[in-house]
Design a protein around this ligand. Structure first.
Ligand code: ADP
Ligand code: MG
Length: 385
């Protein structure tokens, strides 16, 4: 069989749209494999810009910046979902864009995403698109309370979401937003046992592999802790991995796909959302696997065989939010932690801490998960004093 892929030689240039922490860690992984990176981000010296070979400082919807990016690069990817689709499609006329603009189109809109999942037979919570007050009234009848309303696009870390426990939670702001033709999705509120996610990696040859599922604990809708292996049965782990593979294949993925799921009280897996990029819940792979999610994506972008995703140890990942900097009298001190065995501090080079802003994360590894978890809780409580 003729191979569709020819490895991009070291020195080739990878374009990354978005210069946050995911772009930063992706750039660092590219460097380790001797590739160059160019970041497109409107903020000079953004986290990824600090560690890349070049940054195009421009808005994401600038067609001329998109053109410059495709001229400078051999392949382009993106690190967040609110990328300008038109620009991405322009770039893909000239060079490879992985994952495809079509995957971004679907996953950046919660309605299209859930409809796609339904069409391929993947389980989700009950949902209805809301484009008018009539739709909303219908959702109240069919889905009922409690219900979650989410903006169809542009939301992240729980932004643009509202839990409606009863009629009393419906305020003028929501009604006005629906009336002004903003598009929403109404979802049945899942009283789940726990949340897990699976990151799936697929290359241009169609080889496919999953990372070990992670159990994710959120606080105020922001990921707080990831626990790997998750505290669920082997059967659930296998089903979660298979589900992620089915979705990735149905989307003809080339790249990474993070699949967030709820495990219901009936032990049923429901897909919550998809992200065609590295994912916060996969940060454990930096110290817990032979191949990190970032290295894996670089391998895919440069058309190399997939790396081994086996777990080397158990891991707990804790996110470091700006709250730690703001709520404490002194700056958190990571020097001592950095010197400890099996504790890995990753900071994102963000100057300005804000409440809820992701500033870094810590991976704690161990032979067994309960030991890693206890250590993680100790670190968390020490840091917040
Ligand atoms: P994002 O991560 O883009 O902000 P999500 O849809 O993943 O949006 O929602 C964030 C979190 O809110 C989820 O991880 C979950 O904890 C909770 N959540 C979202 N949708 C539901 C739902 N239908 N039922 C119960 N909890 C939900
Ligand atoms: Mg989510």
């Amino acid at each position: 069989m003729i191979s569709r892929s020819k490895k991009l030689p070291p020195g080739s240039v990878i374009g990354i749209i978005g210069g946050g922490q995911l772009g930063r860690m992706l750039s660092q992984a590219a460097k380790n494999l001797e590739y160059k990176t160019v970041i497109l981000d409107p903020i000079p010296l953004c986290p990824a810009g600090q560690v890349s070979d070049h940054q195009i400082v421009a808005n994401y919807n600038s067609i001329s910046a998109a053109k410059s990016l495709s001229n400078m690069c051999d392949v382009v990817t993106y690190e967040f979902e609110n990328v300008d689709l038109e620009c991405l499609m322009k770039i893909s006329e000239d060079i490879d864009v992985f994952p495809s603009p079509e995957i971004l189109r679907i996953s950046s809109n919660r309605i299209l995403e859930k409809q796609k999942l339904r069409n391929i037979g993947a389980p989700t919570v009950e949902f209805l698109p809301i484009n008018s007050i009539e739709d909303f009234n219908q959702a109240k009848r069919i889905i009922g309370f409690p219900m979650i309303i989410k903006t169809a696009s542009s939301g992240y870390d729980g932004k643009g979401q509202k839990l409606l426990k009863s009629e009393h939670d419906i305020d003028d702001y929501l009604i006005n937003s629906i009336n002004t033709k903003k598009s929403f999705i109404a979802e049945d509120f899942s009283d789940f046992n726990c949340e897990i996610s699976v990151i799936c990696a697929r290359n241009i040859e169609g080889d496919i592999i999953t990372f070990f599922p992670s159990e994710n604990i959120h606080e105020n809708h922001i990921l707080n802790i990831s626990i790997v292996p998750p505290r669920v049965s082997n059967k659930v782990i296998t089903s979660a991995r298979n589900l992620a593979i089915n979705v990735a294949e149905a989307l003809d993925l080339v790249g990474l796909l993070a699949v967030e799921m709820f495990l219901t009280k009936n032990n049923e897996l429901l897909i919550n959302e998809l992200a065609p990029r590295p994912h916060n819940s996969g940060h454990y792979t930096m110290n817990g696997c032979e191949t990190s999610q970032f290295t894996q994506l670089i391998k895919i972008l440069t058309k190399q065989p997939l790396g081994n995703t086996n777990l080397s140890c158990s891991s707990v990942m804790i996110n470091l939010l700006g709250d730690l900097w703001i709520n404490n009298s002194s700056k958190p001190d990571f020097d001592k932690l950095n010197k400890s065995k099996n504790i890995f501090v990753h900071l994102y080079g963000k100057d300005e801490p804000r409440i809820g802003r992701k500033m870094g994360h810590i991976n704690i590894t161990s032979e067994n998960i309960s030991d890693a978890f206890i250590k993680a809780m100790e670190i968390k409580s020490k840091l917040s004093n």
